[in-house]
Design a protein around this ligand. Structure first.
Ligand code: HEM
Length: 361
């Protein structure tokens, strides 16, 4: 679904579900072997469950990501950003440029979610490599499933470590919830960790890159924010709308025939949320392609809507706003290293660029 109004309606429609058992193609085994999106449809956890089960799983994770808990992380997030900006300055190559994506936009959200989950640095890097394969649409058939299996193996090892030596992190808290109240199966535990790792960093990474690209391509808008005429939060929201970090998210299913006027979605059909398209819907947004920080209010759908609304939205906004503010404060002369249009990521889910070479001054 790509129209803003229709997508908004379907995301909160009780006749729409996320459990794959409601999808005719899945139930009848008609999905092709090695289909790259299979993990997103079948991984047990928040994004593939409905009703009471979904609320139970969601409740376990929400506690760690309440606005209060996230706001307590603000000083640590800022410190991490400042450290990464030092590293960025040190990583400038002989040609005077540096890749902002791999050197700044990636390590920030990965470190933050890694810290929340209690991951070590080498575990983070391996999980990122695997997660890139998982979200890539160019992967060879079966590569995505293999990456998901490897991720699950790594996360099972993490769970074993935390079981032996519990710490003050979300993984240990989820294990305790599983063992004390038996509210979480081992499969669900691994599935939730996998979803948190992927959703917790691939998205914010894209958001920071897309925002930097938007600002550098629109010096008039950058001047507005540097001059204090619009807040950094406006950059985050306008980027979320115009260049949604999640292009499409699979999958939802019609529980009964859903009559949308022009079209009827038959019961058992799949519904794909096209967040990137909804953010540019010309029927909803005035001059939808324009990067305009003075739009108000910006009620986009790029963090979802309804029962599956993004659980990490407060954290994502905090990370992106801090990253952008500190980046442009430290390097006010930041500019693209060349005029070549950056290459989009070959992905059905991730909507951003595969690298972003910049000069810091
Ligand atoms: C800019 C950053 C982010 C964007 C654009 C984003 C976007 C989204 C969207 C669109 C959904 C709804 C998916 C659907 O059902 O169609 C979602 C759900 C979710 N997000 Fe995020 N997200 C971001 C950051 C994060 C972070 C930082 C975390 C974790 C710390 C996170 C964890 C999740 C989880 C677990 C769900 C599933 C919720 C559920 O099904 O109940 N996200 N996100």
């Amino acid at each position: 679904m790509s129209h803003h109004a229709t997508l908004q309606q379907l995301l909160a429609d009780p006749r729409v579900a996320k459990g794959p058992e409601h999808w005719t193609l899945y139930r009848e085994g008609r999905l092709p072997e090695g289909w790259p999106l299979m993990t997103f449809v079948t991984v047990p956890g928040l994004t593939t469950s409905d009703g009471a089960r979904h609320r139970r799983l969601r409740g376990l994770v929400t506690q760690a990501l309440t606005p209060r808990r996230v706001n307590e992380l603000a000083p640590a997030v800022r410190q991490r950003v400042l450290g990464l900006l030092d590293d960025l300055a040190g990583a400038v190559g002989p040609d005077g440029s540096v890749d902002l994506r791999s050197r700044f936009a990636y390590p920030l959200p990965m470190d933050v979610i890694g810290e929340l989950l209690g991951l070590r640095a080498e575990q983070q890097d391996r999980l990122h490599e695997l997660s890139d394969v998982l979200v890539s649409s160019s992967a060879v058939p079966g590569a995505s499933a293999a990456a998901a299996r490897d991720m699950a193996g790594l996360l099972a090892a993490l769970v074993a470590e935390k079981r032996a030596a519990p710490a003050d992190d979300l993984t240990s808290a989820l294990i305790a919830a599983r063992e004390e109240q038996d509210r979480l199966s081992e499969e669900e535990l691994i599935g939730i960790l996998l979803q948190l790792v992927v959703a917790g960093h691939e998205t914010t990474l894209n958001l920071v890159c897309n925002a930097v690209l938007g600002l550098l391509a629109h010096p008039d808008q950058l001047a507005l924010v540097l001059g204090g005429e619009v807040p950094w939060s406006a950059v985050v929201e306008e980027t979320l709308r115009r260049d949604s970090p999640v292009g499409h998210f699979p999958m939802r299913y019609a529980l009964e025939d859903i009559d949308l006027g022009e079209v009827v979605i038959p019961a058992g059909d799949g519904i794909l949320a096209s967040y990137a398209a909804a953010g540019r819907d010309p029927g909803h947004w005035e001059d939808a392609d324009r990067f305009d920080l003075t739009r108000s209010p910006i009620r986009h759908l790029s963090l979802g809507h309804g029962p599956h609304f993004c659980i990490g939205s407060v954290l994502a906004r905090l990370e992106a706003e801090t990253a952008l503010r500190e980046l442009f404060t430290r390097f006010p002369g930041l500019r693209r290293a060349d005029d070549v249009p950056p290459r989009p990521i070959a992905s059905f889910l991730s909507n951003s660029v595969s690298s972003l070479r910049v000069r810091l001054s």
